[in-house]
Design a protein around this ligand. Structure first.
Ligand code: NDP
Length: 321
């Protein structure tokens, strides 16, 4: 999007990345959206005004998302006004797999470039690894080799920005030692039930924008923040919905947020977060919600209690929690 054409209204709707590009403050999540992804993407873009769609190879919805994007473009939305994020799955985290994975993503999404490509989780899994992984299925990650390949994609204009997800401070510091192209974005689980101040601070210090995933507390097996007493109280006071309070809270922290829904009313509701503020005292009350805990610990994906390298959830997060 032309940077010069930014209006006051636009300003609230975007964050500027270290690359100079802009990321929309609210995006649509697509994990577990299944066959409804195409309709959700279309509704979000054309009817609700979303410009950012977050997806991942691992969600198995690239094709449906692609149909939704194409339908939106046919309806008159310009590709250059959209911000499309996808992620490299763990079995593609080797230097020789990065370009293949990118090409698959472009083809499935029916686009010729991505706005943002993330490392989904910083672990290399053997193709077809079980959940939880069997012995030998968590391989050594050549982070530098993978990042070099991602940097090439930026140089070739196949990807506008590259970034990371589910990193720790330790892994971020390692990446920053060799990165020639900075990670523009770090996507992390963040909501009032898991603020993750430590990672937010580390990213801020390095000029890396944070996107809050699972901003509503996620779905199945997640945390029910929609019915949290503090969230409900603030929602009632401000005459907003709990979903809007949670998304607005994320934006006021300086993070973008990518709430997922396949229901058109909720999709529209979740982006109704501009032109008003959560007052300081209420924002602080939301920051004090007790029992801080991750929903997405990575246990089912990476932990094998009998055979390392990741024997506990604490190992996944480098014992930083
Ligand atoms: P969210 O926190 O976005 O919550 C989604 C759940 O909330 C769904 O069950 C949805 O149901 C429901 N919901 C949506 N809007 C409302 C509303 N206004 N009121 C009440 N309930 C509502 O969870 P996700 O875990 O899906 O996270 C969002 C996105 O973040 C993902 O879809 C994905 O794109 C990304 N993500 C990235 C990860 C990573 O590793 N980088 C990990 C996890 C997520 P319904 O659809 O029925 O409306």
């Amino acid at each position: 999007m032309a940077q010069a054409a930014m209006t006051v209204q636009d300003e609230e709707r975007y964050f500027t990345l270290v690359s100079g590009h802009r990321i929309p403050a609210v995006g649509l999540g697509t994990w577990r959206s299944g066959s409804r992804s195409d309709d959700s993407v279309f509704t979000a873009i054309v009817e609700a005004g979303y410009r950012h769609i977050d997806t991942a190879a691992e969600y198995g919805v690239h094709e449906q998302v692609g149909f939704g994007l194409q339908a939106a473009i046919k309806a008159g939305i310009r590709r250059e006004d959209l911000f499309i994020t996808t992620k490299l799955w763990c079995s593609d985290l080797s230097p020789d797999r990065v370009r293949i994975a990118l090409n698959n993503a472009l083809q499935e999404l029916q686009v010729d470039y991505l706005d943002l490509l993330l490392i989904h989780w910083p672990f290399h899994l053997k193709e077809g690894a079980s959940r939880p992984p069997k012995e030998g299925e968590v391989l050594e990650l050549d982070m530098e080799g993978v990042w070099r390949e991602m940097e090439k994609l930026v140089k070739e204009n196949l990807v506008r920005d590259i970034g990371i997800s589910n990193f720790t401070v330790k892994k971020l510091e390692k990446l920053l030692r060799f990165a020639q192209t900075m990670p523009s974005v770090c996507q992390m689980e963040m909501h009032p039930g898991w603020r993750n101040d430590k990672m937010l601070e580390a990213c801020r210090k390095n000029g890396i924008h944070v996107t809050a995933y699972s901003p509503l507390g996620s779905s199945e097996g997640g945390r029910d923040l929609i019915h949290d007493e503090a969230v409900q109280r603030v929602a009632k006071k401000l005459n907003k919905t709990p979903g809007q309070i949670l998304v607005r809270w994320a934006i006021q922290r300086g993070t973008s947020a990518i709430p997922k829904s396949t229901h058109s009313e909720r999709i529209k509701e979740n982006i109704g977060v501009f032109g008003w503020d959560i007052p300081n005292e209420d924002f602080e009350a939301l920051c004090r919600i007790p029992n801080q805990k991750r929903v997405l610990s990575g246990e089912d994906l990476f932990v094998n209690k009998e055979a390392g390298p990741l024997r506990t959830v604490a190992d996944v997060w480098d014992h930083e929690d």
